[in-house]
Design a protein. Sequence first.
Length: 207
Amino acid sequence: MENTSGGGSAAAVPAEIRRWNWGAFLLSWIWGIGNNTFIAFLMFVPLVNMAMPFVLGAKGSAWAWQNKRWESVEAFKATQRKWALGGVLGLGLFAIMMAGLFAAIIAMLKNSEAYEMAVRAVNANPTAVQMLGQPIAGGFPNGNIRVSGPDGEASLVFDVEGPQGKGTLYVKATEALGQWRLDQAVLENAKDHQRIDITGADGHPAK
């Protein structure tokens, strides 16, 4: 078959390359630049960008063939395989980065003074110990911590578990002049949803 690549929208596209293009689907506008397919910049248009990866995946091979001169069908297919591999590697790298970021956030919350104070408080509270047993271990926290200079505040929730049961601990804490205190820590028993406040008025475990 005559090499019709680079002939524009009227150019015939070989049947063997009319297939899904993973490189175009995964790399969208980056792939578009490398393949002279600038319609891929519609990825930057709100709402349209939700459909464009699928449009590029379905139509990308044909558009790339028509928009750029290729040495042969084989050369075209080899290049598109490299784009697909790059897309998969890029997606994998992004997933690793997101997992690392998530792990770092969890580690920061779990190593925070507010979290550690709450775990100590629940282990020091007789009612909580009677409810869950001892030792009581804390799980992965969810919430946020905001610090500005010597002051800050924390709002956390995480599962706790002891030898006799499980529960959920809700925590509010504040930092003033570099010192953290528990404003309130409420334990909810997973078994009967009974709630107990494990902090006293002074921010220490209730006696």
